[in-house]
Design a protein around this ligand. Structure first.
Ligand SMILES: [Zn+2]
Length: 110
């Protein structure tokens, strides 16, 4: 059901950035759907994390979502991977506040 999706890599600008692991986060008062993801570029080997947030509230015809990528240290990337595999995402803020930079995840056609 999940087609591989390619995104624009912030490092090499190639359309080779892919979602590696993804984990659903419990809905809260702001988000109906959220996922913490690890991302990897098949071209330059850039590694990072991404946060996908979706809201179905407000206009019924509208789905609002944000998909933001974060550059992180290798340590934090490995931490995110381990946490996702163990399904133990304790604090998303921890990843975001320790990130080295952020960028918009731009979906591209294959
Ligand atoms: Zn790249």
């Amino acid at each position: 059901m999940n087609n591989p999706q390619n995104f624009l890599c912030p490092e090499c600008r190639q359309k080779q950035l892919t979602i590696e692991l993804s984990h659903d986060i419990e809905p809260d008062e702001y988000n109906d759907e959220a996922k913490l993801q690890t991302i990897i570029c098949k071209n330059c080997n850039f590694q990072g994390i991404a946060l996908y947030q979706e809201s179905h509230r407000g206009n019924l015809d509208e789905t609002n979502f944000t998909h933001t990528g974060y550059s992180v240290s290798e340590e934090l990337y490995k931490q995110a991977k381990t946490d996702i595999q163990n399904k133990q995402i304790k604090n998303i803020e921890n990843y975001i506040s320790n990130s080295l930079g952020k960028f918009k995840m731009e979906l591209v056609d294959n």
